[in-house]
Ligand binder design. Structure first.
Ligand SMILES: Nc1ncnc2c1ncn2[C@@H]1O[C@H](COP(=O)(O)OP(=O)(O)OP(=O)(O)O)[C@@H](O)[C@H]1O
Length: 304
């Protein structure tokens, strides 16, 4: 569906994307995970055939965006980072007008609009003004709009940024259903839980480069331990205490507010910490996540 080799994007002297290779296969959910500024949106805009490639090769649905931009865009669904809904129109008319833009006949577009409103659970709000919708509803409507042309490939730039946990879960459920229906999804996110929930495969991006690639499970297994013991001590004590626990796991990360001890048995770490007479104010054992993978690979956390 997408094939990129040595893909670069420069803005003047600044290179936002510094030579990445990406293959996306039909039917999979593929993610770009990385912090703000990693180059995810710049990559997505090239894939959406709206931003020219600076260098490298890019093929989308087997075509070159420099030559076949309109043909590619006709087969894509695009859900941008910012809501770009028409606030002058009703919820349903946002779909109808967008569908007409693709040249879909009036009766067909009406049928699809009703189907899609049902799918994103907005059927009752069809006549409402867009302004009256919550953030989560607007996102769902944007996704419905991006599906009006029955795209082969759906591009989602940070689909749940800014939404509350419940709205995020509703959206994930809809995206999961689309995946089950065979729609190829490509999404960017800086939420590791979103990447874990939705992506079959993902690349971790940092500073315009891909630093790791695989399924969430492969990435976690390849770059972290099974468990992590989190130890909170007093403010300012973490740096000094790291040396006292560093032999308890495979490695230790020092964050401003806690120590992370990486070990396959987190409870064992906690027991040994107490045996040594150390008294953390709070402890927690959890499984490793993509956040730990990112920390391992870049020395930084995903979300500041
Ligand atoms: N039109 C532009 N002109 C100049 N610099 C740009 C432009 N678009 C993006 N950049 C820069 O390129 C870098 C990558 O931006 P990009 O939006 O691709 O990152 P991102 O990973 O999507 O981050 P975010 O999560 O904030 O969207 C940033 O440093 C950004 O400031």
């Amino acid at each position: 569906m997408i094939s990129a080799v040595g893909l670069r994007k420069a803005f003047g002297d600044f290179e936002a994307v510094r030579g990445i290779d990406v293959e996306v296969r039909r039917g999979e959910a593929f993610g770009f995970l990385g912090p703000n500024g990693a180059g995810k949106s710049s990559t997505m805009r090239m894939i959406a055939a709206v931003s020219p490639v600076t260098s490298g090769s890019l093929r989308i649905l087997g075509r070159d965006p420099a030559e076949d931009g309109p043909a590619i865009r006709a087969r894509l669904g695009v859900c941008p980072q910012e809501d770009t809904l028409d606030t002058e129109l009703t919820v349903r008319d946002n779909l109808v007008v967008y569908g007409r833009y693709f040249g879909i006949p009036r009766s067909e577009v009406a049928r699809r609009a009703d189907e899609l409103l049902e799918f994103v659970q907005l059927a009752e709000r069809g006549k409402a003004k867009v302004e009256s919708l919550s953030g989560g509803m607007k996102r769902r409507l944007t996704i419905a709009r991006s599906l009006i042309n029955r795209p082969d490939l759906l591009l989602l730039d940070e689909p749940t940024t800014g939404l509350d946990p419940q709205a995020r879960h509703v959206l994930w459920d809809r995206l999961f259903r689309l995946k089950q229906q065979g729609v190829t999804l490509v999404l960017t996110t800086h939420y590791m839980d979103e990447a874990e929930q939705l992506c079959d495969r993902l690349v971790v991006m940092d500073k315009g480069l891909i630093v790791a690639e695989g399924s969430p499970l492969e990435l976690i297994r390849g770059h972290s331990t099974r468990e992590v013991a989190e130890l909170r001590f007093g403010v300012g004590e973490h740096e000094a205490l790291a040396a006292k626990v560093e032999d308890l796991g495979e490695r230790v990360e020092v964050l401003p507010d806690r120590l992370l001890v990486y070990s396959d048995d987190g409870e064992e770490v906690i027991a040994r910490v107490h045996e040594r007479g150390l008294s953390p104010v709070a402890v927690l054992v959890r499984r490793s996540t993509l956040e730990d993978v990112f920390l391992r690979l870049t020395g930084r956390t995903l979300v500041d």
